[in-house]
Structures are given as structure tokens and as C-alpha cells.
Design a protein. Structure first.
Length: 369
């Protein structure tokens, strides 16, 4: 029902997102979109590019009087860096790259599209594109918020520095994460993570890590057990895995659960004081049988280390066939905090789509009914 597409190159004029399927009557707060764009730009360990950009979304269609009309919403985010590239772009004089960088789309993209230069590949494979996703995801968050569903995130691990996450309500962990330069609710671990990023930078290296996205207020029964492509755990995993550099996704503490016996894993029921049932734990991460079960939805993601490193790596110059070293391109040392914001956008997107699927309706009023 809900879908979005993005377009735009990393050093081109802008990024564009077309968001289709939003119900009519949703009041859109553009500043809330911009706040998420700013959150995506932040985080200790980012490169010089983020000092140039001041991402803001411009709405080019689909809103009237600040509300959705049911028509597609078109969003544009300018690349300020374009000013530095415009002439080279016009003269078809972009820096060529014939030495594919390990961990990037360069090699496979060159072979697949029959290119002798990785420039067209890296321009689009760049995670700059995730700014457009965050803008689209911010619209999904606003749709969810109309039904009291909120999505947030925090970072639990960077470069092997593991946080001790206190057993506090998720909203409290999110608030603490906003205070941390690495979006980690554990202040002591934040310090260790920053020091690890400093060391990696000094060594010309890069780091990855783990972030956790969760959603509160999700009703029971989004998704379905009846067909593989309607299972919401699968759809969430695909959406989060689509984030550049994310290579592992867990629902709840899935890998830890795999090491424990069943009676220590499954979330037991007890009668709830207000009637119905409640649970003694949430190790299932809010999903059973491909459906939300009324508990917070918890998705964890593993991000590989940033593939661009100042210290060169071995490669081959595809123009000559000779061994060569990778050439450094301006880059982040660590982008796990930024990726957690992209994770929020992707989780919000899938949940908003599933909510629309469950409630139906062409307007917010119909959905509410
Ligand atoms: C928010 C964010 C920022 C990123 N920044 C960089 C970067 O500055 N330099 C880099 O080499 N990779 C960066 N990446 C990762 C690459 O885009 C990604 O690893 C690469 O395109 C290859 O795709 P794959 O890792 O999914 O296979 C970033 C990823 C995210 C999510």
C-alpha cells in the first residue's frame, strides 16, 4: 500500500523521494522531518561532508494546507556540496575511479553495468541516499504517531565497545541516547566508543557496530502468519538489511535466544490487572508468527565497518590489470549513530505500511474509524 522511491546522486544537485499511498488528512510537520534529517547527520566519527550539508526537506507536491491529499508526496533535499561539483559534473569531468575499493559496490557495479569507471556506481551506492529515506520515514512516523505508535533507537556497540544497557523503559533509553554523541544510553560506554573512534581515525581505519530500533504502542496483529511475504518479522528484516553496511538483523535478542533452552526464552503469559494478558519478558522482540503481539517491537542491526579507510587496502586497477592500492575518498570513520536514525525510518516505514494494511481507509478519519 505504502511505497517510496528515491533518486539522486551523492554529489548531484539533490535527493528526491516520492512517497505514495499516504492517506489523506495527515497533518505534516516539516520541521519534524528536518529534525530527523539533522539527527542523521550527527554522531561522533562522521566525515567532512556532514559539515558541509544542512539537510532540509522541501515538499514539492502532495500537500495542501499542510495536510496530505492522498496524492504522492514529493520531497527534495538539496546537496550543498553540489556547488563544489557542479562544473565538473557539467563538463563530464568527474574524478574517475578504476581501482575498486573492497567493501564497496564498486567492483560488482562496474562488472554488472559494463563500466570502466566506478564513479556512476559510487555516486548512487553512497549512503547519502539515506537522507531521502529518513525524510520518507519521518512521514511514516507521523502517520504512526496519529495512532500513538512511536519509534526510537539507540546504539549498543561500536568497534567492540559494548554498552551495558540498563533495564529501563525504552523511552528513557532513547532520551539518554539523544544526549550522547554516539547515541548510546550508557555514558561510560559512550566514552569508550568515542575513544575507539579516535584510535581508528588515528590509525586510518574505520569501525562498525550495533544499533537497536524499537517501536512502542504497536497494536496486536500487524503482519500475518498466513503467507511468507506477509510475515512482519521478515519485512522488517529486509527493510533494515537494505540500509547500506547493515549485514545482520535480529528480532529481539535472537542470537542469544538461539543459545538458550526454550523455557528460558519464550515470553510467558500472566493475567493482566486490567484484564487480558501481559508478558513476563519480551525476548521475542514483539513478534510471534510474523505478527506483532502487543509488546514493543525490537530490531537490532549489525553494521560492518565503513569500507573507505585512510590506510590503503590492496586492490587491482581494472584499467591495467595491475595490483594497486585503494585511493582514499572523503569518508566517515564510523556512522553507526547515523545508521540508527536510518533504521528508525525503515522500521517506521514497514510498521506504517502494516498499520494501513490492517486498518484500511483512504483518509486518517477512515483509518481511525
Ligand atoms: C549513514 C551511513 C553513512 C555511511 N557513510 C559512509 C562513508 O562515509 N564512507 C563509506 O565508505 N561508507 C559509508 N557507509 C557505508 C557504505 O555506503 C556501504 O558500506 C557501501 O555502499 C557498500 O554497501 P554494503 O555495505 O551494503 O554492501 C555509510 C552507511 C550509512 C548507513
Amino acid at each position: 500500500m505504502l511505497r517510496f522511491l528515491t533518486a539522486g546522486e551523492s554529489h548531484g544537485p539533490c535527493l528526491t523521494a516520492i512517497v505514495d499511498g499516504l492517506p489523506a488528512g495527515l497533518e505534516v510537520d516539516i520541521e519534524a522531518i528536518n529534525r530527523d534529517l539533522t539527527r542523521r547527520q550527527g554522531g561522533y566519527g562522521r566525515g567532512a561532508r556532514m559539515k558541509i550539508e544542512r539537510d532540509r526537506a522541501e515538499v514539492l507536491g502532495g500537500l495542501m494546507g499542510g495536510r496530505t491529499t492522498g496524492a504522492p508526496v514529493a520531497l527534495r533535499i538539496d546537496n550543498r556540496d553540489w556547488a563544489n561539483w557542479r562544473e565538473r559534473w557539467a563538463d563530464d569531468d568527474l574524478p574517475r575511479l578504476t581501482v575498486p575499493r573492497p567493501g564497496h559496490a564498486d567492483y560488482a557495479g562496474m562488472v554488472k553495468y559494463g563500466l570502466d569507471d566506478a564513479r556512476p556506481v559510487l555516486e548512487r551506492a553512497s549512503a547519502r541516499e539515506t537522507a531521502a529515506r529518513v525524510a520518507a520515514g519521518a512521514l511514516a512516523k507521523q502517520l504512526l504517531a496519529a495512532f500513538d505508535v512511536v519509534v526510537g533507537s539507540y546504539v549498543s556497540e561500536i568497534g567492540g565497545m559494548v554498552a551495558t544497557i540498563p533495564d529501563h523503559p525504552l523511552a528513557d533509553l532513547w532520551a539518554r541516547a539523544e544526549e550522547s554523541e554516539v547515541r548510546c544510553p550508557d555514558a561510560e560506554a559512550s566514552g569508550r566508543m568515542k575513544a575507539a573512534i579516535d584510535r581508528a581515525k588515528e590509525a586510518g581505519d574505520s569501525l562498525g557496530g550495533v544499533f537497536v530500533v524499537a517501536a512502542l504502542g504497536v497494536p496486536v496483529g500487524l503482519g500475518s502468519h498466513v503467507q511468507w511475504d506477509r510475515r512482519l518479522d521478515a519485512r522488517l528484516a529486509a527493510a533494515v538489511m537494505s540500509i547500506p553496511a547493515v549485514k545482520g538483523v535480529e528480532i529481539g535478542p535472537a542470537f542469544e535466544n538461539a543459545r538458550r533452552p526454550g523455557t528460558h526464552v519464550h515470553d510467558e503469559f500472566v493475567p493482566a490487572a486490567e484484564g487480558g494478558v501481559s508478558r513476563l519478558s519480551n525476548r521475542a522482540g514483539g513478534l510471534e508468527g510474523g505478527m506483532t503481539n502487543g509488546q514493543p517491537v525490537v530490531v537490532r542491526a549489525a553494521m560492518k565497518p565503513i569500507p573507505t579507510t585512510l590506510a590503503p587496502m590492496r586492490s587491482v586497477d581494472l584499467a591495467t590489470g595491475e595490483p594497486a592500492e585503494t585511493e582514499y575518498q572523503r569518508s566517515d570513520v564510523c556512522a553507526v549513530p547515523a545508521a540508527s536514525i536510518v533504521g528508525e525510518a525503515m522500521v517506521a516505514w514497514v510498521l506504517a505500511d502494516a498499520l494501513l494494511d490492517k486498518l484500511g481507509g483512504d483518509s486518517i478519519a477512515e483509518m481511525a474509524r
